[in-house]
Design a protein around this ligand. Sequence first.
Ligand SMILES: [Zn+2]
Length: 195
Amino acid sequence: MKSCHLCKTDYENIKGLVGMKTAAEFYGYPVGRNGCCICPFHQDRRPSMRIYPHNRGYYCFSCGSGGDVITFVSRLFGLNNEQAAVKLIEDFSLPIQTEGLTYRERREREKKIRLQKKQDQWIAQAEDALRIYWILLCEASRNFADPNFDEALMRLSYIEYRIKCLQDNPGEFYEDREAVRMIGKIRERINSWYD
Ligand SMILES: [Zn+2]
């Protein structure tokens, strides 16, 4: 492992680029649909570690350990924070390098990080839209006199499937123009729901 000096921005970028869920799963702790995984820091039989969305870290309800993706890796492998950060950079081939960068390389790296942030933001908003629509459909499906009852029956399982697609493979979802168009339509639909 190479030694290097990382600055505060590098730590922030690592947290922005490697989601907590991605890291947990990469190191062998699959996260269930309820957002929990087996806690590696105590003898855990049932998943009691909650993995929070959008890089808000983890917290174990049994042993109380919590932190961000860097803390997770440092504890898991017995490393200090800097070593853990370097491990993440290497394991995920992150575009973060602290030595011998030319001006152009630095610009390219910043651009890549910017694009990634834009994508993360879009994905978070798309997930919100899908969830809101899903809740509206659930409500409508319970009452057959509801004006949106038919729509709910027709769309519910499809929307559930789409939420799963988005969670399983956010990058692919973002690249899929059809999916992006669908999210736009869902936003419009949410706005006109009670009209
Ligand atoms: Zn624990």
